[in-house]
Design a protein around this ligand. Structure first.
Ligand SMILES: Cc1cc2nc3c(=O)[nH]c(=O)nc-3n(C[C@H](O)[C@H](O)[C@H](O)COP(=O)(O)OP(=O)(O)OC[C@H]3O[C@@H](n4cnc5c(N)ncnc54)[C@H](O)[C@@H]3O)c2cc1C
Length: 423
């Protein structure tokens, strides 16, 4: 069965989301600070009532199953919802579907012990707290083999030492998920484990917070870990299984980033369209110029292609439920999304002229954000390598000097096959 239709009942929910976000959530982007600063008085006053409306409507944390307070909608519906609510930077948190908490809650749900779920997952799902996933280190992020942060056993305690880098929301998080080397002599992918560590554990220091242009507050932490002592029960998943657990998180995480990019690029395209039907030059609308039309057409096509890839990947995730099996799709989504956002943002900027370049418009920030989505969760190059590796897996090399599809070879084969039926 193959269908692009949305059930009428769910379409009603999407329409409600669209209206609600445009009218009540999007305006907050202009007056509030970081969307993870959940204890700020303004967040409490403005965001909590909106979250209550979403909960009342039954649209809270929809990526999770009913046992965890969600609706178990799965990835396709989540993608369609994100397309509406992620046009506002507060949309995801108003709907209980913000990164990195979505991914962190998924691995806690899958790999956490009952005690860990009670302590970390429950308040996380209620957005009473936010979390941070911290694996990157200052000496390199794209190659986890260079990570050196260590966890050493001391009786019933693990002692963590090292430095972590660009850990998003570190300063607002109630707990961290740290990746640390527990078994230095093990094979490369079995050396590290994950630890759930409350943010107020002695020995954790945020050395400095970083931000990129367009962000409301500095919130990517350079973290120092000095003799951070945590109980044995802090390990998330099995010892040496950090990559396997993180991978489960990154599949969904990457797809959710892509869904948010669809929303952001859609919004930029809407702005571009309004501009070209409003602005005149040399006696006619920008929209009448063919080179402008090309920009609109290319943007629409690129966005549509990307949206289809995202939805196909979401559908595969919902039907197969196995991120590993669909890693080519996930890597493709991750690899292409920076250029989609970048291309559409730069066309939108350019078509707005000097105004487009100014800070009154969101285009420069969107261009920078395209580099954010390219780098976070691993740079584009690494994902292209994955795509190529998967695509080439199982491809049989030609055993002759010329390719197996040489026309002469194919003609000889066809002639032999249908010898009796052709003149
Ligand atoms: C906004 C933002 C938020 C982030 N949030 C988090 C977070 O919450 N938690 C966390 O742990 N990390 C986070 N990161 C870190 C992110 O995962 C790393 O930035 C990323 O993995 C790249 O690592 P790096 O910055 O050290 O760059 P490097 O590893 O030094 O790579 C630099 C460049 O080298 C090239 N390159 C690298 N590897 C290859 C290759 N195999 N083939 C070809 N070229 C290559 C690419 O052009 C790459 O951009 C975040 C990053 C950003 C920008």
């Amino acid at each position: 069965m193959w269908s692009f239709e949305t059930e009428p009942e769910f379409q009603r929910e999407l329409d409600w989301i669209d209206e609600f976000v445009r009218a009540e959530v999007e305006p907050l982007d202009y007056i509030l600070g970081s969307q993870w600063n959940i204890h700020a008085p303004a967040f409490q006053r403005l965001i909590r009532p909106l979250q209550a409306r979403v909960k009342e409507r039954g649209l809270w944390a929809c990526h999770l199953g009913p046992a965890l307070g969600g609706r178990g909608f799965g990835q396709v519906k989540l993608a369609l919802m994100n397309e509406r609510f992620a046009r506002s930077r507060f949309g995801p948190i108003v709907f209980g579907a913000q990164a990195p908490d979505t991914g962190n809650s998924e691995i806690l749900a899958h790999f956490g012990t009952e005690e860990q779920k009670e302590k970390f997952l429950k308040p996380l799902l209620a957005n009473e707290i936010v979390s941070c996933f911290s694996m990157t280190e200052p000496q390199g992020g794209a190659d986890p083999m260079v990570f050196t942060t260590s966890a050493v056993e001391d009786g019933d305690i693990w002692v963590l030492n090292g430095e972590k880098w660009f850990a998003s929301n570190a300063r607002f998080a109630a707990f961290y998920i740290f990746m640390a080397v527990t078994d230095p002599e093990a094979p490369p992918h079995k050396r590290m484990s994950l630890f759930l560590v409350p943010a107020d554990t002695p020995g954790i220091e945020i050395i400095r917070n970083y931000s990129f242009h367009g962000e409301a507050e500095e919130s990517h932490g350079h973290i120092g870990l000095t003799n951070v002592r945590v109980p044995r029960s802090s390990m998330l998943g099995r010892r040496g299984e950090a990559f396997a657990v993180a991978q489960a998180r990154l599949g969904g995480g990457r797809l959710h980033h892509a869904m948010r990019v669809v929303a952001e690029a859609t919004k930029l395209l809407e702005m571009m369209c309004e501009r070209v039907v409003s602005r005149e030059t040399k006696g006619e609308l920008l929209a009448s110029k063919q080179m402008v039309q090309e920009k609109i057409a290319d943007s629409w096509v690129q966005l549509r292609q990307f949206r289809l890839l995202v939805l196909e990947t979401a559908w595969l995730a919902d039907t197969g439920k196995d991120w590993k099996a669909i890693r080519t799709n996930v890597a493709a989504v991750k690899a292409i999304m920076p250029s989609i956002l970048h291309d559409i943002a730069q066309r939108a900027l350019y078509l707005h002229g000097s105004l487009g370049l100014s800070t009154q418009m969101p285009f420069s920030a969107a261009i920078i954000n395209s580099y954010h989505v390219g780098l976070a969760d691993g740079p584009t190059e690494v994902h292209k390598v994955t795509i190529a590796r998967e695509v080439l897996k199982g491809v049989t090399p030609s055993t002759t000097l010329f390719p197996s599809y040489l026309r002469q070879t194919r003609e000889d084969h066809a002639a032999a096959l249908y010898r009796d039926l052709i003149d």
